[in-house]
Ligand binder design. Structure first.
Ligand SMILES: Cc1cc2nc3c(=O)[nH]c(=O)nc-3n(C[C@H](O)[C@H](O)[C@H](O)COP(=O)(O)OP(=O)(O)OC[C@H]3O[C@@H](n4cnc5c(N)ncnc54)[C@H](O)[C@@H]3O)c2cc1C
Length: 394
């Protein structure tokens, strides 16, 4: 089969959804095709580790995006793009179908980081997709001992979700205290206590080096020579950006494997753009970076769609990310690296604003239980203020 679309999007994630909406802001008629290797339509991933577990009234239907209904895009599910002929403007796929395009958007996101020696399998889930969520639900329906590998926001959220759903949870992470690479000690200590109070066994200083699965469970090997038996293992260690297809097509890649774009989200080829988790772009305030967060996928996706459809705008939004863990939540803008100098302002009821300084300038802001302060945080970073304490009310 060969089909041609005015706008072809490779990748069926959140950025593809917002890109299709962005196209429709400027072009009501142009045909849009989306090639997605997953068997399911674009779905908001944050729900997979939060509300679908923690809010009994919140369903998959509540979360679902309506990409096709709202934009008319044709979504080709279970279709992996395998090659791009930029001269002929044709994309080949694993099903031997070909797709022509007027303009092309790469929204390929990333694939979960894996551990050598620990294969994905019936009881080992590298967690990212709706299919992974279904599988984890099935395996944990009547309680189970789950080993969660990774102390970043996805691992932490999954551990919190699972313990609140009757599972016995062991959370393995390599640091002294949960969240220590990102949060100052006051907040990391508070966070770890919330997990242990909820019944999660938090095992810091643990690096998984491999594992073996049977029909009934998994035995994990740890670098210190110890092992851990669990019914299920779920891994959340971030992603490897899916830039291979772009690289094979001769487009420039970033050092970490993403796709390099300019301020118009355009690659070296004027008819090929990239957006979302995979795109390394020049942030107006923070400089060149790749961001693996939903606010970026939404805003950059929409901007890419409008640009595909003729807008000459630049992508000027500086994204934030958020997480929800038990009764705590936070928002973060810029670089959160606990090895930097930090300035902490603490308020009532556990609220805090933390400024991260590099060379005397603010490069990141953590808003812990503090509402409506993202723009103020962006301003502090943009102004490069040297002594920020008190700038944002706590
Ligand atoms: C469980 C979970 C919870 C999250 N929670 C938060 C949160 O609370 N806050 C936050 O800020 N961010 C969160 N994120 C991150 C956020 O969801 C991502 O930043 C966002 O989904 C990225 O969207 P994307 O479309 O760029 O990439 P992806 O979501 O990775 O989508 C890319 C799609 O492209 C497909 N693809 C790749 N290559 C090909 C190919 N060759 N052919 C066809 N298809 C291809 C992939 O299979 C994938 O479906 C979370 C992520 C996960 C996994």
């Amino acid at each position: 089969m060969h089909q041609t679309y005015d706008y072809l999007i490779i990748g069926g994630g959140m950025a593809a959804d917002t890109a299709a909406h962005g196209i429709r802001e400027r072009d009501a008629e142009g045909t849009i095709g989306i090639l997605g290797e997953e068997p399911t339509a674009p779905f908001p991933r944050p729900a997979l580790s939060k509300k679908l577990w923690t809010d009994a009234d919140f369903t998959e239907d509540d979360a679902a995006l309506s990409t096709h209904d709202e934009t008319g895009a044709t979504i080709h599910l279970g279709t992996r793009a395998t090659g791009i002929d930029r001269e002929a403007k044709v994309v080949t796929t694993d099903g031997d179908d070909t797709f022509g395009y007027g303009r092309l958007l790469l929204a390929t996101g990333g694939h979960p980081t894996t551990i050598d020696g620990l294969d994905a399998g019936d009881r080992v889930i590298y967690f990212r997709t709706l299919t992974d969520y279904h599988r984890l639900r099935e395996l944990t329906s009547d309680g189970a001992h789950v080993a969660v590998v990774g102390g970043g926001y996805i691992g932490s959220e999954l551990a919190a979700a699972l313990v609140q759903n009757g599972c016995r949870v062991t959370l393995l992470h390599p640091d002294d205290v949960l969240g220590a690479p990102v949060f100052p000690a006051s907040i990391a200590t508070h966070l770890e206590k919330a997990f242990t109070d909820a019944g999660v066994e938090v095992r810091g200083g643990s690096t998984v080096s491999g594992g073996t699965s049977t029909a009934d469970g998994v035995t994990l090997q740890l670098e210190d020579g110890s092992s851990l038996d669990a019914d299920v293992v779920v891994v959340g260690l971030g992603i490897r950006p899916a830039g291979d297809l772009a690289g094979a097509a001769g487009l420039r890649r970033s050092d970490d494997g993403g796709i390099v774009v300019d301020e118009h989200l355009t690659t070296d080829d004027p008819d090929v753009l990239a957006t979302g988790d995979v795109a390394e772009y020049p942030d107006r305030i923070l400089g060149r970076r790749r961001v693996e967060h939903v606010d970026n996928a939404n805003e950059m996706g929409a901007a890419a769609g409008r640009i595909l459809a003729g807008s000459d705008e630049t992508y000027d939004h500086t994204p934030y990310y958020y997480s929800v863990l038990f009764d705590d939540w936070y928002e973060a803008i810029g670089t959160l690296d606990a090895s930097l100098e930090t300035v902490e302002d603490h308020g009532d009821d556990g609220k805090a604003v933390v400024y991260y300084l590099d060379g005397g300038k603010v490069v990141g802001v953590l808003l812990w239980l503090v509402e409506d302060a993202k723009d103020a945080a962006r301003e502090v970073i943009a102004s490069g203020t040297g002594s920020p304490s008190g700038t944002i009310p706590v």
